[in-house]
Design a protein around this ligand. Structure first.
Ligand code: ADP
Length: 477
């Protein structure tokens, strides 16, 4: 790996900032310390916001094409360094190297997409109700944006925010997750090389609460975009209320995966393995509960458990590994607690069912049958490699069960009957529905949830709207 991308410093106003006090970052597969990043707090965050504010006017003064040219250089640099970025990600996050490489390309795709979209922020001329007025609408960058991002997608959750924000003419202060700051800092290094001016992108590492309180209260921060847990999202929303900041929130999910009796079961099994076990189950769109029609339940359960038993658990750096470690011991404990609760209430293990023999943060990919709604893992986001199976008898029952949650991010439906697909999809209270597929994310589609899964959409033509204001000009003529 090219170690010039392993930076143990924060990035504020175009300068790499070290600090005596630091936060160690470990490799979740081995426990080894990879390095450390500065443990910064309120003072550094204020400096970063000041820098982002100072950089705003000159960045906005560029044409959209000039900003696009810089973003496209950043995109090219990400692709040129894809192998190094992927290795760094696997080291600090644990996902298998092939998945990490997939994420680097996915993350880079937002740069290319929003470089283009930034050139299409059209306004309107509104037919006027009075002859002496011309009515114009323009789209303007919202201003300084704060971004707080999680560890499960250490690059893509940043570029999905930074690319539209910068393309629109905003500047940004980013606080990455303390588990995975190196991917964020490598990205900032490539931004610097691409020619992103000082202050346009700042990365502050360290004390989440101290950094978060400045980002949510500073009057020059006009918007907060956050991906993470629903409890932290609620807290940040409260904190932003005092200065009435605009917000985008990508929060938790509790995705139902519904298999009807008219589904192609082999396709459903394949989709279920991806929907549940990608990133060791640590994505907000991971299937959290599987509703299987009773007439195909036994066959699906047998095939699914057999496929899951084939998954190779290990260090993501090793060839052939499909499932890496969970991010830390806290995540392992959460999975163990939810699993034990289900077992105590009568669930049966079809495969897996315990911490992996490798020890550490490794957990066996697990399939449970005999699951019911009294078990906590049906309502709580598992965020780990456990798949609970529940039998249902009719369509209406499946829809009611699927919607019986505070969340509304992704849902999956497997059926070969078009009317059923349309009927069911319409009734699902979710921001995204995968139909006969669980690979739903890419840069051209709107990613986001309803209910307590969040606010706003990322990616697609809609994703840039979250970073622009609508200005109305009334011109007397
Ligand atoms: P997870 O449980 O997946 O780590 P969190 O919501 O706790 O999800 O974390 C997502 C991001 O939010 C991380 O960057 C984390 O450091 C940050 N974070 C957590 N708590 C706070 C807080 N009180 N204020 C600001 N940021 C926070």
């Amino acid at each position: 790996m090219n170690t010039s991308l392993l930076l143990q410093a924060a990035y504020i106003n175009g300068e790499w900032i070290a600090a005596d006090d630091s936060v160690a970052v470990d490799n979740p597969a081995t426990g080894a310390i990879i390095g450390s990043v500065p443990n910064l707090g309120a003072v550094a965050t204020e400096q970063a916001v000041t820098a982002a504010h100072a950089a705003l006017a000159p960045w906005q003064a560029l044409t959209a094409q000039q900003r696009a040219d810089i973003l496209l250089r950043w995109y090219q640099l990400m692709l040129e360094h894809a192998d190094d970025l992927a290795a760094l990600m696997t080291l600090e996050q644990g996902k298998p190297l092939a998945e990490a490489l997939g994420e680097v390309k996915y993350a880079a795709s937002f740069m290319q997409w929003f470089a283009e979209e930034g050139k299409r922020l059209y306004g309107d001329v509104i037919p006027s109700p009075s002859p002496d007025k011309q009515l114009l609408v323009s789209k303007e960058a919202i201003g300084v944006v704060a971004a707080i991002t999680p560890w499960n997608f250490p690059l893509a959750m940043i570029t999905r925010k930074a690319a539209p924000a910068l393309a629109a003419g905003c500047t940004m202060v980013l606080k990455p997750a303390n588990e995975t700051p190196f991917s964020a800092l490598a990205l900032a290094k490539l931004a610097e090389q691409a020619g992103i001016p000082a202050g346009v992108l700042n990365v502050v590492t360290g004390d989440a609460v101290a950094i978060g309180s400045v980002l949510t209260s500073h009057p020059e921060v006009r918007k907060l975009t956050f991906t993470g847990s629903t409890p932290v999202g609620r807290l940040l929303m409260q904190q932003c209320a005092a200065t009435v900041k605009k917000m985008s929130l990508e929060l938790g999910g509790n995705a139902p995966f519904i298999v009807f009796d008219d589904a192609d079961l082999d396709k459903a099994v394949q989709g279920a393995v991806f929907a549940k076990f990608r990133n060791a189950g640590q994505t907000c769109v991971c299937a959290n509960r599987f509703y299987i029609h009773r007439s195909v339940y036994a066959e699906f359960a047998q095939k699914f458990a057999a496929a899951v038993a084939q998954l190779q658990v290990g260090n993501g750096m090793d060839a052939g590994v499909n499932i890496g470690p969970l991010i830390n011991q806290k995540a392992v404990s959460k999975v163990e607690t939810l699993l034990q609760d289900a077992l105590d209430k009568g669930a049966q293990v079809l495969t897996g069912g315990k911490a992996h023999a490798l020890g550490g943060n490794f957990f066996e990919p697990t399939v449970l049958s005999n699951v019911n709604a009294d078990m906590a893992l049906v309502s709580d986001e598992i965020f780990g490699p456990v798949a609970p199976l529940i039998a249902f008898d009719d369509e209406a029952e499946a829809i009611v069960a699927a919607n019986n949650t505070i969340y509304g991010l992704a849902a999956y439906v497997y059926s070969e009957n078009l009317s059923r697909i349309m009927r069911v999809s319409r009734q699902l209270e979710y921001g995204m529905v995968g139909i006969n597929t669980s690979a739903i994310s890419n840069e051209v589609v709107p990613f986001g949830g309803v209910k307590q899964s969040g606010l706003g959409r990322e990616g697609s033509k809609y994703g840039i709207e979250d970073f622009i204001e609508t200005k109305y000009l009334c011109v007397a003529v």
